[in-house]
Design a protein around this ligand. Structure first.
Ligand code: GDP
Ligand code: MN
Length: 397
């Protein structure tokens, strides 16, 4: 689960990290008063969406020369005007995809004078099974681009969980970032705070881009992005309360309510599969046959008729889906239950695209017979290869 910048900054502030004063607003009418509670002479008005790249993003139907989602205001009136201009509109950035995201919240912050923009992130490095700091002097811009073009300008430092964070980690990071004097001490303290927050709050990702050196020579977290481990949210009620469902893919949200393991993708073949491994293999073989999967979906081992129906609804609600491939290996799950679920789902939600079904395992003959006797226009497949060939042919001709 991700949270907004202003929420992440509140967590940072409470933990003692340096962040500017700011106020979040939901309506433009609140913006002037919010800015009035902050010190000028410059305010930064920032669109709050769960995606980065806002500064360089563009609004749909933007006027010529119009700024992106991070704007400078020189008076409280201007702050209100910028908030009004952004609220309710759709912002497209490198991370939102073509459709963009609607701006429903605005964060107004005291403006800072920037001397240098740095990059700091913490993430889980699964290869070393440790938390890793990833830092670079080239903050503010596209870090993927920096890592690609000049990998030597990115330092990765992992922390042994037995010792935890130690001041020498912070000093190494400070030197890599080219910090001097009092900044080194600030860096050692800040990195310790970030590490502690990361562990205490069950984060998967914490990114400060940019971490700036201000004109006065102090470190300041100018942007903040946090992602949390969904499996730990039960013990993080304060974090779970920060969830903004309007930022999530409605299909993924519906799936999570029915305990379905669903991830939306941008291809044209909807997949319904049991087991994460089989789901991955199914996506692979669709690609092998030259098409693209529209989703990852693992209905799980104990899929009921209701769950299968819900999965079907979610898949068919995606306008990009031009065909559906059901690939079930009946182990604990019996193929006849799955067949009945599929038929019930199709009867309920209708079927406007080709459907290929491959069943294997317990009660497979009964399952196949139920589908054959249903009178539905279902293409039966014998194995994974056959199934992929048939659905791709049905969709692409
Ligand atoms: P992002 O584009 O979504 O990553 O949004 P950021 O919060 O990182 O802001 C983008 C850029 O706006 C930063 O890299 C800064 O260059 C600039 N910016 C943000 N806040 C301030 C500020 O207080 N003062 C100044 N001068 N620039 C700012
Ligand atoms: Mn940023």
């Amino acid at each position: 689960m991700n949270i907004h910048e202003y929420q992440a900054k509140a967590l940072l502030r409470a933990a003692g990290a340096p962040v500017a004063e700011g106020r979040a607003v939901l309506r433009a009418e609140e913006a002037k008063a919010a800015a009035g509670q902050l010190d000028g002479p410059i305010w930064v008005v920032k669109a709050q969406i769960h995606a980065g790249g806002r500064g360089k993003g563009r609004f749909i139907e933007a006027d010529a020369g119009e700024k992106g989602g991070v704007r400078i205001a020189r008076s409280v009136e201007e702050a209100e005007m910028e908030a009004r201009r952004m609220l309710g509109r759709t912002l497209v950035t490198k991370q939102t995809g073509e459709a963009g995201k609607t701006v429903n919240r605005i964060y107004i912050e005291e403006g800072s004078e920037i001397a240098r923009e740095l990059y700091v992130a913490l993430l889980l490095d699964r290869a070393s099974a440790r938390i890793a700091f990833v830092v670079s002097q080239d903050g503010g811009m596209d870090i993927e681009e920096v890592a690609h073009a000049t990998p030597e300008r990115v330092l990765t430092l992992t922390v042994d969980p037995v010792t935890g964070y130690q001041p020498f980690h912070g000093r190494r990071i400070a030197y890599a970032l080219g910090l001097t004097g009092a900044q080194v001490k600030q860096c050692v303290a800040l990195m310790g705070t970030l590490y502690r927050l990361f562990v205490e709050r069950d984060m998967e990702m914490l990114e400060i881009n940019p971490l700036v050196v201000t004109a006065a020579g102090n470190l300041l977290c100018l942007d903040a992005k946090m992602g949390f481990d969904n499996n730990a949210l039960w013990r993080q009620p304060e974090i779970a309360a920060l969830r903004d469902e309007s930022e999530e893919d409605p299909k993924e949200l519906a799936a999570s309510k029915f305990d379905l393991n669903y991830i939306a993708l941008d291809g044209e073949i909807g997949c319904m599969v049991n087991g994460a491994g089989l789901a991955m293999a199914t996506m692979d073989i669709i690609k092998l046959y030259g098409a693209e999967p529209a989703n990852f979906l693992d209905v799980g081992g104990g899929a009921t008729k209701e769950k299968v129906t819900e999965a079907f609804k979610i898949i068919t609600s995606d306008p990009n889906v031009k065909g559906i491939l059901v690939n079930i290996f009946g182990g604990i799950m019996r193929c006849d239950i799955i067949a009945e679920g599929i038929i019930a789902a199709v009867r309920e939600v209708g079927l406007k695209v080709p459907l290929v079904v491959r069943l294997e395992g317990t009660n497979v003959d009964l399952g196949k017979r139920i589908i054959a006797d249903s009178g539905l226009n279902v293409i039966a497949a014998d194995d994974l290869d056959d199934a992929a060939a048939k659905i791709v042919k049905a969709v692409r001709g």
